[in-house]
Design a protein around this ligand. Sequence first.
Ligand code: OXD
Ligand code: MN
Length: 606
Amino acid sequence: MVNNKKLLAWVEEVATLTKPKEIQWVDGSLEENQKLLDLMVEAGSATKLNETEKPGCYLFRSHPSDVARVEGRTYIASKKQEDAGATNNWIDSLEIKETMTKLYNGCMEGRTMYVIPFSMGPIGAPISKIGVEISDSPYVVINMRIMTRMGKVVLDQLSEDSDFIPCLHSIGSPLREGEKDVAWPCAPIESKYITHFPEERMIWSYGSGYGGNALLGKKCLALRIASAQAKDEGWMAEHMLILALTNPEGKTYYVAAAFPSACGKTNLAMMQPTIPGWSVKCVGDDIAWMRIGDDGRLYAVNPEAGFFGVAPGTSMDSNPNAMKAIQKNTIYTNVLLKDNNDVWWEEMGEDAPSHGIDWEGNEWTPASDKKGAHPNARFTAPASQCSVIDENWENPAGVPISAILFGGRRPSTIPLVNEALNWNHGVFMGSATGSETTAANIGAVGVIRRDPFAMLPFCGYNMGDYFNHWINMGEKLGDKAPKIFFVNWFRKDNSGKFIWPGFGENSRVLKYVTERIEGKNLGEETAIGILPKLGDIDVNGLGLSEATVEDLFAIDKEGWLAEITSIEEFYAKIGDRLPARLQAELDKLKDRLTDNGSCGCCGCGK
Ligand code: OXD
Ligand code: MN
């Protein structure tokens, strides 16, 4: 029995505006889920996969225009533009409400309006937040059931007056009397809007049914709205995986790591270390909510309950634990359908089938000039199915973080691993994160862009204020602050080949990180940070020459000076809310690299 006044009034208000055929309060049960899946199979928008190979799995194909997040149509709505800042698409709250209200008018005609109560974070945990998504997409319902804790259990948490974050979503495709539905209804790109109201803690999304545009608990709530809440309430909402690394002596270190979208976070989060005696367990693969615990340390919770991972490139080599986790009860979107009703994608580590149906629903053979799976094809799978899920992944208190990693796809200049000299230098490193763009967003792929803290598309407020929040958190954490490292698995040699093997071999770098945490006398201070010395990272058996290893850590002075120019340009864009302490870090780096401060090449670190 729903008695929350705000919720009841909001549901009625939305129904009056959007005019659905019916309203369904989602309870999250297995039966309800199956009914929705059966309905979608019957309607031709889902394909049930081979029950022997992939029990409980379904395939969906999206509209070709609706295949990824649309950053260009994603907005931060606030009263003042400076509160959204230069890195966000700002829109005036009143103006966008007027525009979107017109779009929402009658937009659910002929469709069912689903009311989806969900919790980001374990139900009832102090850091968790309750949201309610209203959506006219059954695909959203079944995905939210995997990605969040959802349904009656959450509704039961809401008393008459308790608060929640309203998340309104419509695919923007009313089904008028006599009209035939399509497999993936959505609105054209120019009328898609993914709008966040951080001041009101509210989300309005229209026109897209895909991933982060539509599963509003994920990027919209757990990052954009939560980041604004976190700043106000003194915690952090970050685009970070959380992993548990255990050494041969049985000591566990929890590490949080921020990488831009589609840079291998899911692979790292559940990697299989190649070094004997070490193991990795996964707490989360995409988002970390972190607060300072009673002991003064930073504790992280994964607010999600599932993985929404990129399928292409996922294989038994790159991520065996993900491959095992997605064999059952998984939703596949935009992968290739094999003739035996199983799925396939590029770089799956399995020969391409001689024939199949591609992500656009067309006949496909290896001779086709198109890819079988879209590069941003996804799997949605329950985290509980991951055999290396950490025993503390649902601990309401979170896990204590010993190290924070930042990283990106950088073909040159940035070393394999570089430790920050101190917290503020680490914040500087995070703020200067750059990466080649990927297919996770609609737009150009492979272009280097600044993606501070991997939060460029996800920070719900002014980036300068966000940097400042990081500095403030460091002050509160003091000597309990985690150590910060910058890693780059993607450096290339002159022939364009990746130098570092990556994947399970990244455990060699993680081992070094834990040794630094333990204060082992490894590494040396240089102009750019603390770099490992030759021999500090075990590269035995990798077949890398000494010169190649040296290359991985070489300070390319010209490259760094160009990097500094690019950071300066980016900082200029942030404007007057850039914290002076970050400008000072940039100036110090420049001094250390040029003749002003030191020779910049002998590693003296001055
Ligand atoms: C994601 C993304 O889906 O970052 O996690 O785009
Ligand atoms: Mn992500």
